[in-house]
Design a protein around this ligand. Structure first.
Ligand code: AMP
Length: 209
């Protein structure tokens, strides 16, 4: 199954994509994670996008599409994939139809107050990328990843000013994809406001239908 997870920042795409990836045995590809890895490794791409990510703006389409094209050429995607955070613009969606057409788009519907609560409380493991929330999904030991013992950090774009920019980018550039994929009969919208396990059950039912 070739799947796209769509939704505003903080909709739970990353958390659910990790669960769905394990359930369906297909890779979870997060463009945000790929950009953050490039920044951490100080690659040419990383240097170009560092400031853009910190400010919460979108990386230009040509760079993002090239990154996804390269990732989808790797052998582990032959049985499908879950793209989390891509596409985020209509030109990106058009490019994806050329590279490898998506079969299902899952749109996570979550209201603004929940988004803000999730983003401001989010903590991420520096080593393995596991996502926590200080209130709803705290680690057993404060600041330390349960899975690998790595240090937890606050993403630079989870600061209030960057959150505002990211939500604006979502509304103006990404939200139009809901209609775009709806018109192509690829879209299923699910309520993403609940706890991860509950949203996962809704997701499993939705993709069967
Ligand atoms: P995410 O982890 O999905 O929230 O992405 C973090 C940041 O990476 C975004 O705020 C953008 O700066 C950048 N990014 C990730 N995916 C894309 C995309 N498809 N198009 C443009 N920028 C992206």
């Amino acid at each position: 199954m070739k799947m796209v997870f769509l939704g505003p920042p903080g909709a739970g795409k990353g958390t659910l994509a990790a669960m769905a990836s394990e359930h369906l045995s297909i890779p979870h590809i997060s463009t945000g994670d790929l950009f953050r890895a490039a920044i951490k490794n100080e690659t040419e791409l990383g240097k170009k996008v560092k400031e853009i990510l910190a400010e919460g703006r979108l990386v230009p389409d040509d760079l993002t599409i090239a990154l996804v094209r390269e990732r989808l050429a790797q052998p582990d995607v032959k049985n499908g994939w879950i793209l989390d955070g891509f596409p985020r613009t209509i030109p990106q969606a058009e490019a994806l139809q050329q590279i490898s057409p998506v079969e299902k788009v899952v749109n996570f519907d979550v209201e603004d107050s929940v988004i803000l609560f999730r983003l401001t409380g989010r903590r991420v493991c520096k080593s393995c990328g596991k996502i926590y929330h200080i209130v709803t999904m705290p680690p057993k030991n404060e600041g330390i990843c349960d899975a690998c013992g790595g240090a937890l950090y606050i993403r630079s774009d989870d600061q209030e000013s960057a959150i505002k920019t990211r939500l604006e980018a979502y509304r103006s550039l990404t939200a139009p994809l809901i209609q775009w994929y709806g018109e192509r009969s690829l879209l299923v919208t699910i309520d993403g406001a609940g706890k991860p396990d509950d949203v996962f059950q809704i997701f499993v039912k939705a993709i069967k239908g």
